[in-house]
Design a binder for this molecule. Sequence first.
Ligand code: ZN
Length: 215
Amino acid sequence: MERTTNYTHPDRIVTIAVDVQNDFLPGGSLAVTNGNEVTTPLNRIMDLTRDFDGTVVATRDWHPANTPHFDKWPVHCVADTKGAAFDDALRIDANTIILDKGTGQTDGYSGFDGRGPNGETIEQIITPRTTRERVAVLIGGLATDYCVRATVLDAAELARKIAAARQGIVDVYALTDAMRGVDLQPGDSQKALAEMQAAGAELVTTDFIITGGLL
Ligand SMILES: [Zn+2]
């Protein structure tokens, strides 16, 4: 089926689901209000990414039991606990690249700090493989004002570096309906979205990505 396209079509798609883990869902130890609502739009985008032979990445907080990170936050997402497990409804499959972050004594807010089972990083995954390759990076998850913010800002910075070095093109899309924020201070999430946009990320809804023809 043909779709009208508003996009320069990418050669490769990478979707990153940030920290959709039980402790960040309602009932979890660091619950994000309505955090469970990110799963349905993320599943849609993850399925379509697979249909287009793209790469699906899922990051997770994977903390040791003792870390200075827990001086700032309630204990959450301790490695190998139920709270650190992904939302049961999130469609992780055998080809999903799972990146663990915050595994040492660091906060590990950004997915760029994460490492896969073979040492993979987001930077390696999204860097264009040729100078002509255009890579679309779609990012959603939890929480807008912390780990999603940090991941989108790092992706936007890498996109700028790659463009400046003429090593290909990376377009960064922040999926506004597929993220929810902590908002310790009212407006933190809105501020984070403004920062993402200022850094060069496009703020788009899942529907817009699909009806606009990117996927
Ligand atoms: Zn954490």
